[in-house]
Design a protein around this ligand. Sequence first.
Ligand code: FE2
Length: 162
Amino acid sequence: MVENPVEIFRDDHREVRDDLLELARAIEDKDLNRAGEILDRLNRLLGPHFRFEEEALYPAMRRFLGEYVDSLLNEHDGAINAARELVELIERGSIDDETARDAANRTRALLVHVSNCDGIAILAERLDKEEIEDLGKKFQRIREEGVTLLDWAETIRNKRGS
Ligand SMILES: [Fe+2]
């Protein structure tokens, strides 16, 4: 039996929330190894999560949210860019105080999207049972494929012309 996609989706948000806070702290501490580990975890978690949202959940939400869905997509663009910048920063191997502070603040700013996105759960509960089941199957398939955030952004997401 397919797990309820809304529950997985919310569990993901809790994990992302905690990871973002931990990542911001690691950057502030200039602990780039730790930051790299957390970013790697987020990259693996958020690939299937963003992909499920963009391919399945957000389209289904247009009937409730209309154009607001576009601003959620824009927030995804921002998160992907932030992840790319963080990878570059971590690869440099050292970081000064001001850059660390800025990067930590930008990391914490991503929490706004986690919060906005989690609000969708309350609306998703009003989808038909069959539709929720269908979303669950799609989420499961996407999770099994397990494409990371940055790989997905470069390949599958790009091809859709977004
Ligand atoms: Fe989300």
